[in-house]
Design a protein around this ligand. Structure first.
Ligand code: PMP
Length: 417
């Protein structure tokens, strides 16, 4: 490295240092090498684990029909399209999948991106710019914050799920206003109160974008996501989703009207200047999107949500702090497939993670900056095919290794994302 300054910075970087210490003592909960990823139990570094760290909520990523459709696309079109959508990279599968996504969401148009991260980055930076304001929930995904920065609009955060503070922020905003929230929050597993948020946006003539990365395929009668659960689909200007979680593929998309999608085709840099989604991912997504609209697909969602309630009830009975169910306008409540076990401190989350791992339970660790300081958690995700006895193993291990602690949860909204 020729720049001493860069080298010095790396050597004194706290995050790099912590990573090295944990890696060298084999305590690192990250970058573990999976020998298989998606099933309810998987081998990790030689030990069979109950997999509670995968976003394969519906079991689509290893569903035989989805695999077969991916392989058929690979055989027909080859490994990659070797170009951007703009030039040589558009194949008929892109068009077919976009039409399927738009029809499913009841929108005029849809546009595919190579990843969900790129969908947010491209869409947000294409729709607003200098002189405008982006107002974002404090717990929204990192890609939304990155996108807002790239747009060069003013960025304002509002307290998580607090429509009153959003109202206040909007009354002080300038230029075109774009409000962005997650439909289902990726770490704590709670939903945005989309009815209240849509009311405030309409009051201030602000556009509303909802990131349904974790909710598409899982929530709502037609399984299009949180907006459908709240009955506000028609009040949302931009609906973003990921193909990489419940849908068992890789990629991202934006559903919206013709003006929005045409603007993205013209301006979204992460759409224009990158190689388009590869055929196998398109084949996989087409099969899962179609299956999720059948009784078989909907039934998978129902089983996933039942597993989520089972896991959450078990944690609550064991006195382990977890998320509250999200209330819906009709008075019912939802427990999403993301069920956190709050550990609060980084030391406690790492220790608990290691003990669970030694007993064959794999959970994902979330700590700052993915979540606020002092809100470290084990992020547990259920799948359709998890059995009660597998979930019981996790509850039992957590009961023994994560005893209740006398800790006042801080009101941290301190996301670095
Ligand atoms: N939005 C949210 C809320 C996410 O959690 C993620 C991924 N974790 C993304 C967007 C990015 O999606 P992808 O993984 O498809 O790039």
């Amino acid at each position: 490295m020729s720049s001493q300054l860069i080298l010095d910075r790396i050597r004194h970087d706290k995050r790099v240092w912590a990573y090295r210490v944990m890696r060298d003592s084999d305590q690192l909960p990250f970058y573990r090498v999976m020998n298989s990823v998606n099933a309810p139990t998987v081998p990790v570094e030689g030990r069979e684990c109950v997999m509670l760290g995968s976003n394969n909520y519906l079991g689509m990523a290893d569903h035989p029909k989805v695999r077969e459709s991916a392989m058929a696309a690979l055989r027909k079109y080859g490994t990659t399209v070797t170009g951007s959508r703009l030039l040589n990279g558009t194949i008929d599968l892109h068009i077919e999948l976009e039409a399927e996504l738009a029809a499913w969401h009841g929108t005029k148009n849809a546009l595919l991106f190579t990843t969900g991260y790129q969908a947010n980055l491209g869409a947000i930076s294409a729709l607003v710019g200098v002189g405008d304001t982006v107002i974002v929930d404090s717990a929204a995904h990192a890609s939304i914050y990155d996108a807002a920065r790239l747009s060069r609009a003013k960025i304002r955060a509002f307290r998580h799920n607090n429509a009153a503070q959003l109202d206040e922020r909007l009354s002080r905003s300038v230029g075109a206003k774009l409000v962005i929230v997650d439909g289902l929050y990726s770490m704590e597993g709670d939903l945005a109160p989309l009815d209240a948020i849509a009311d405030v946006c309409e009051k201030h003539d602000a556009a509303l974008m909802v990131d349904e990365a974790h909710s598409v395929g899982v929530l709502g009668e037609r399984r299009t996501g949180a907006a459908e659960l709240y009955g506000v689909e028609k009040r949302i200007d931009v609906r973003m989703g990921s193909l990489s979680k419940g849908l068992g593929s890789t990629g991202g998309f934006v559903c919206g009207n013709r003006d929005i999608v045409d603007a993205l085709r013209a301006h979204a840099r992460t759409f224009l200047f990158t190689t388009a989604a590869v055929p196998a991912t398109l084949g996989a997504a087409l099969a899962s999107v179609r299956m999720l609209q059948t009784d078989e697909g909907r039934e998978r969602g129902t089983r996933t949500l039942a597993n989520a309630t089972y896991l959450r009830d078990g944690l609550v009975a064991a006195g382990i702090p977890t998320v509250d169910p999200s209330p819906l306008p009709d008075g019912t409540e939802v427990v999403s497939p993301i069920v956190p076990a709050f550990c609060y401190t980084e030391l406690r989350v790492s220790n608990t993670w290691r003990k669970l791992y030694d007993e064959g339970v794999f959970a994902a660790v979330a700590m700052f900056p993915a979540v606020p300081q002092n809100k470290a958690m084990l992020r547990l995700c259920v799948q359709t095919e998890h059995t009660h006895s597998q979930l019981d193993r996790a509850i039992d291990a957590l009961t023994r290794h994560l005893p209740p602690m006398d800790f006042q949860e801080t009101d941290a909204t301190n996301y670095a994302a």
